[in-house]
Design a protein around this ligand. Structure first.
Ligand code: UGA
Length: 438
């Protein structure tokens, strides 16, 4: 059992805290945001994530997980600290390391004894050196530090499962003590452990996210082409996925990748490449294809449903993907902004993300109590997030409520057969739709 402090209780920090506590360690979850900590102490989670609330409750009850805004409580009695603070993108496209620097200073000033400091935030290559320098420079002499990078690969919506059953654990350090401690820390988790130098570990994270993003942009470009030549993209992708060198993961076309990670990390990698005088041709193309997906859908709506101005659109799904309440860089929100700019009135529904979306969209859209309500009077329906709830909708009922007949399903969230027997016309990634009325 180790005494672990997790510094920065955002998405990664909270999941890491709860899961390491479940693995048997004594965990202090620290954040400088006093309000957030107070809410967590009262059992209120700042994010929606399947199974996380139950896990946090159970770990707090076991006494192995506690939340604090006190730096003294956080750093004076731990043998490992995870830095999991935010690294927002600056206007220039690189990562803002203000919070990482602050965390390193706080640790340096408080820690005592042998302490391993581990970077879990997604940070530019070489940030581990910055942390090591700050610990050295600001340290009080009461602690001996070793540093490591230990990138996190969890996905929102399946974060707990991903943490407890990862494909791999990557440990980046040149320090044997740090490597041994981290191996021990993860001993309960059954996954291959890769120990590399810190810069390699930092790069693994960016390269993995950029590769996933590249796959998505690739299939989106193929989907556009299928549309143009009259091929069925689903069939094309099924035919590709059977080649085990290709597979089916991250091969779903849609509205483009969103969220707080893929767009940000591809931009940061492109920025880093330019700083090293390498032209990031592929990264730029990945981002460029991604930016084209919402305009592509808008063009499609125009081409099958006529003018958008003066229509009413029902949008089902606001989160950047199913299983989360996160709307950061959500393609659905970008789509709604476009629809509003084109003069449509928009009514929206999401099972989890409406409060977060309201912060961005305000009262410019109507928030429906349920999906049917969102479709009432709609000339066009769009399923923008692949929530399972929408697949289970009664489209006969929806058809009686809608004013038009077009149902756009850019993420292939629906079974097109479920619209059979209605006057609704299904328009997936590779469907044109003669006879649509708005
Ligand atoms: C992503 C990575 O998948 C994680 O491994 C990584 O740890 C995380 O970023 C991070 O850096 O913290 P996440 O952003 O939670 O995880 O979401 P993903 O499930 O990867 O989806 C990202 C976006 O791609 C979503 O908008 C999703 O709808 C879209 N997507 C995904 C597709 O359009 N097609 C696909 O086939 C898969």
């Amino acid at each position: 059992m180790h005494s672990v402090t997790v510094c920065g209780i955002g998405y990664v920090g909270l999941v890491t805290s709860a899961c390491l506590s479940r693995a048997g360690h004594d965990v202090v979850a620290y954040d400088t945001d006093v309000t957030k900590i107070s809410q967590l102490q009262h059992g209120r989670l700042p994010i929606y994530e399947p199974n996380l609330r139950e896990l946090v409750e159970a770990q707090c009850a076991s006494g192995r997980l506690r939340f604090t805004a006190s730096a003294a409580e956080a750093f004076e009695a731990c043998d490992v600290v995870f830095i999991a603070v935010g690294t927002p993108t600056t206007r220039l496209g690189d990562a803002d390391l203000t919070y990482v620097r602050q965390a390193a200073r706080d640790i340096a000033q408080r820690a005592v004894g042998e302490v391993v400091v581990v970077n879990k935030s997604t940070v530019p290559v070489e940030t581990v050196d910055l942390v090591a320098r700050l610990l050295e420079r600001e340290g009080t002499g009461r602690a001996r530090f070793a540093v490591a990078s230990n990138p996190e690969f969890l996905r929102e919506g399946s974060a707990v499962e991903d943490f407890l059953h990862p494909d791999r654990i990557v440990i980046g350090t040149d320090d044997e003590r740090a490597a041994a401690l981290l191996r021990d820390l993860y001993a309960e988790i059954d996954a291959p452990v890769l120990v590399v130098d810190p810069h390699t570990a930092e790069m693994v994270k960016y390269a993995a996210n950029a590769f996933l993003a590249a796959k998505i942009s690739f299939v989106n470009e193929i989907a556009s082409l299928c549309d143009a030549v009259g091929a069925d993209v689903e069939g094309v992708l099924a035919g590709m996925a059977l080649d085990h060198r290709i597979g089916e993961q991250y091969m779903r076309p849609g509205l483009g990748f969103g969220g707080s990670c893929l767009p940000k990390d591809v931009s940061a990698l492109a920025h880093a490449a330019r700083e090293h005088a390498i032209e990031p041709t592929l990264m730029d193309a990945v981002l460029d294809v991604n930016r084209r997906q919402v305009p592509r859908l808008i063009r499609k709506i125009r081409s099958v449903a006529g003018e958008i101005e003066g229509t009413r659109t029902g949008v089902l799904g606001l989160a950047f993907k199913a299983g989360t309440d996160d709307v950061r860089e959500s393609p659905s929100v970008a789509l709604i902004e476009e629809l509003l700019a084109c003069g449509s009135s928009v009514s929206v529904h999401d099972p989890a993300a409406m409060p977060n979306a309201r912060r961005t969209l305000g009262d410019r859209v109507e928030y429906a109590a349920d999906p049917y309500d969102a479709l009432r009077g709609a000339h066009v329906a769009i399923v923008a997030t692949e929530w399972p709830e929408y697949r289970a909708l009664d489209w006969r009922r929806a058809a009686t409520l809608m004013a038009g007949t077009a149902v756009f399903d850019p993420r292939a969230a629906l079974d097109s057969a479920s619209l059979a027997g209605t006057n609704l016309i299904y328009i997936g990634s590779a469907h044109d739709a003669p006879g649509v009325s708005v």
